[in-house]
Design a protein around this ligand. Structure first.
Ligand code: ATP
Ligand code: MG
Length: 560
C-alpha cells in the first residue's frame, strides 16, 4: 500500500481520529464489501481507497469481504476480477479475505435467537401481499396475519424452511419491529427468503438465504469492524443495522457511517447496467477501454496513482456531486507527465518528400525522452530521411490567417530536425492531397549553428521507411448525456456517443516504438498519452489514447 501525499481531512477521518483519541477504539478495522455480481467500477475505487487508506493511516487493517449471500447472480469469475482490481489500485488485504457465505450458519443461529426473543417470525404472505401490507410513506403498514405465531411454531417452520420443505417465495422470516414506523425499512423487514439455488461457494448446503441488511451488520460484527463505511442510500437503513446488533446483543457493534457516491459526468456506473452492456455485445467486454470499470480503466491506460489522486481530490462528503471528467484527465496527465517518454507518432499520415535530401540517406538524431522542465534523463536515436510523414492536419492548401503550420510556399520546423519549405502539392484524380514535396534547409538543424532561424510553427513527424505501422484508438465520453443516471436498461444504445471510439488504422510511429511492450505508456507529442494495447500483433501495434494533452476545444467553449 502506498499513498502519495499526506491524506486530507474529511468528516469520516475526523470521526475515526476522535474514536482513537477518546479510547473508544484502540485500532481501526474497516472493510470493503463488494457483491461479486459484476466487475468493479470507478465508484468502487472510491470506496476501496477510502476504506483501505483510512485503516492504513491509523495503523489498522481493511478486510476484503465478498458480500456473497445471493446465490443467483454471483460468480467465481467476479471474485477473481475483484481481487485483481483491488491489488491493481495499490491496496492489499493480506490474509484478511472474508466471505459472507462463510457465516451462513451464524446468520441462521441469529435468526433462531431472534425468534426465541420474540423478535422474528415466519410469514406466509407472498411478496405481493407483503408489499400491500407494508403501507406507504403517509400510511402505516398492517401486521402480517402470522405476526403473533408462537415461538415454537416459528422455530419449527424455520427448520422446515431450511430443510427445503417449502417452495421458493412461499415464506419468509421477518424481523418483528414496528409496522407503523415512519421509516419503512423498520416495518418488519424480511431477513430470510427461500431460494433453492446452488451457491458458488456454499454449494447446495442451503436453500434459505439471508437478506442484505440483516447479513451485513452481523458480518461486520463477526469480523470486529470498528467503522462500517457505506454510501448514502443506506442512511435510512442505519436504524435497522443498529436494531439487529442491539437486539442480538452482539459483543461488537460497528458504527455505520455514510458518504456520497462518486459520480462522474457522462459516465454510467452500476454493475447491473454495465453487465447488460457487456452481455448485449454493446461493449467489447468488461475491459472495453470505454468502460468505467477498473478493468476498462486499466486497459485504457489510466494509472492507479491517478485514480487514487482523483479520490483524494474529490474528497469525502455527504453532498451529491457530479464530478467533471476533466478532473480525471488532469489527474492522469499529472501522473504521466513524469512517467511517459515523449515520442513521435503520426495519427493520420500525409507523405512528405524532401526533394533536396539525398536518396537512400538516413541520419540519426538524438532525442531526449523528457522535456527540460521535467528534468528526467534518457534519450534515443530518431532516424531522419528523404521521405517522412506528418499529420494531415498540419498541412493546409488554403490556410486561414494565423495558420502557422505547413502551407504552399511556407516554412515550418520539423521538431528536433530541420526547417522545411513546401514547394509542390501532389493530388490524386479526386483532388485529394496525397503528397507534399518540400525542400529542407541543411543549416537549420536543431542543435546546429543555424537552429535559431525563426519560423512560427513546429510540427512532429516520422521517417517513412523505418516507421512502425499502428492502429490507434481514440476515445471520447461514452454517453452523450451529462448525468446518465436515469437511462433505463436496454436504452443505452440511444445515448452512446458515436465517437466514443474512433479507430485510425493507418497511423505511423517512430522506429523506437517497435521495441515497445504491451502496457507501456508514452506521450505522442502533441497528440496525447497512449498505451500499447493487448490487441497488438507482430505486424501491427495497437495503441489506445489514454487522454489528449488538453481537453477538447468544444469543452473549453462550453465552459465559457
Ligand atoms: P452497483 O450499483 O454499482 O452494483 P453497489 O453498491 O451495489 O454498486 P457493491 O458491490 O454492493 O455495489 O458495493 C461495494 C461497496 O462499494 C459498497 O460499500 C458501496 O457503497 C460502494 N460503492 C458502490 N458504488 C459507489 C460509488 N459510486 N461511490 C462510492 N462507493 C461506491
Ligand atoms: Mg449492490
Amino acid at each position: 500500500m502506498q499513498t502519495e501525499t499526506a491524506p486530507t481531512a474529511n468528516f469520516i477521518r475526523q470521526i475515526v481520529e476522535e474514536d482513537i483519541q477518546s479510547g473508544k477504539h484502540k485500532t481501526v478495522v474497516t472493510r470493503f464489501p463488494p457483491e461479486p455480481n459484476g466487475y468493479l467500477h470507478i465508484g468502487h475505487a472510491k470506496s476501496i481507497w477510502l476504506n483501505f487508506s483510512l485503516a492504513q493511516s491509523f495503523g489498522g487493517v481493511c478486510h476484503l469481504r465478498m458480500d456473497d449471500t445471493n446465490p443467483l447472480k454471483e460468480d467465481a469469475e467476479y471474485v477473481e476480477s475483484i481481487k485483481r482490481d483491488v491489488l491493481w489500485l495499490g491496496f492489499d488485504w493480506g490474509d484478511k479475505e472474508y466471505h459472507a457465505a462463510d457465516y451462513f450458519q451464524e446468520f441462521y443461529d441469529c435468526a433462531v435467537q431472534l425468534i426465541k426473543l420474540g423478535k422474528a417470525y415466519v410469514c406466509d404472505l407472498t411478496a405481493e401481499e407483503v408489499r400491500e401490507y407494508r403501507g406507504t410513506l403517509t400510511e402505516p403498514g398492517r401486521p402480517s396475519p402470522n405476526r403473533n405465531r408462537s415461538v415454537d411454531e416459528n422455530l419449527e417452520l424455520l427448520s422446515r424452511m431450511k430443510q427445503g420443505e417449502f417452495a421458493d417465495g412461499s415464506r419468509t422470516v421477518r424481523a418483528k419491529i414496528d409496522m407503523a414506523s415512519p421509516n419503512i425499512n423498520l416495518r418488519d423487514p424480511a431477513i430470510y427468503r427461500i431460494r433453492k439455488a446452488h451457491h458458488h461457494r456454499a454449494g447446495d448446503a442451503w436453500c434459505i438465504y439471508p437478506m442484505y441488511d440483516y447479513a451485513h451488520c452481523i458480518s461486520d460484527s463477526i469480523e470486529g469492524i470498528t467503522h462500517s463505511i457505506c454510501t448514502l442510500e443506506f442512511e435510512n437503513h442505519r436504524p435497522l443495522y443498529d436494531w439487529f446488533l442491539d437486539t442480538l446483543e452482539m459483543p461488537v457493534h460497528p458504527q455505520q457511517i455514510e458518504f456520497s457516491k462518486l459520480k462522474l459526468q457522462y459516465t454510467m456506473l452500476g454493475k447491473r447496467k454495465l453487465r447488460e452492456m457487456v452481455e448485449s455485445g454493446l461493449m467489447s467486454g468488461w475491459d472495453d477501454p470505454r468502460m468505467p470499470t477498473i478493468a476498462g480503466i486499466r486497459r485504457r491506460g489510466y494509472t492507479p496513482e491517478s485514480i487514487r489522486d482523483l479520490c483524494e481530490k474529490v474528497g469525502v462528503t455527504k453532498n451529491e456531486v457530479w464530478t467533471e471528467l476533466s478532473y480525471l484527465s488532469e489527474c492522469v496527465r499529472d501522473d504521466l507527465n513524469t512517467k511517459a517518454h515523449r515520442v513521435m507518432g503520426v495519427l493520420r499520415p500525409l507523405k512528405i518528400v524532401l526533394t533536396n535530401y539525398p536518396e537512400g540517406q538516413l541520419e540519426e538524431l538524438e532525442a531526449a525522452y523528457f522535456p527540460d522542465d521535467v528534468g528526467l534523463p534518457g534519450s534515443r536515436q530518431v532516424p531522419f530521411g528523404r521521405e517522412l510523414y506528418i499529420e494531415q492536419e498540419d498541412f493546409m492548401e488554403e490556410p486561414p490567417k494565423k495558420y502557422f503550420r505547413l502551407q504552399p510556399g511556407g516554412e515550418v520546423r520539423l521538431r528536433r530536425a530541420y526547417i522545411i519549405r513546401c514547394e509542390e502539392v501532389v493530388k490524386d484524380a479526386e483532388g485529394n492531397v496525397v503528397e507534399v514535396r518540400c525542400t529542407y534547409d541543411p543549416d537549420s538543424k536543431s542543435g546546429g549553428p543555424g537552429e535559431h532561424r525563426k519560423v512560427k510553427g513546429t510540427i512532429h513527424w516520422v521517417e517513412a521507411s523505418t516507421s512502425v505501422p499502428a492502429e490507434v484508438r481514440l476515445y471520447e465520453e461514452l454517453f452523450t448525456v451529462e448525468q446518465p443516471d436515469n437511462i433505463k436498461e436496454g436504452d443505452y444504445r440511444d445515448f452512446i456517443n458515436p465517437n466514443s471510439v474512433v479507430v485510425l488504422a493507418e497511423a505511423r510511429l517512430e522506429r523506437s516504438l517497435s521495441q515497445s511492450r504491451v502496457g507501456e505508456r508514452f506521450q505522442f507529442e502533441r497528440n496525447g498519452y497512449f498505451i500499447k494495447d493487448l490487441d497488438s500483433t507482430a505486424e501491427k501495434a495497437v495503441f489506445n489514447r489514454i487522454v489528449p494533452l488538453k481537453d477538447g476545444w468544444a469543452k473549453v467553449m462550453q465552459k465559457q
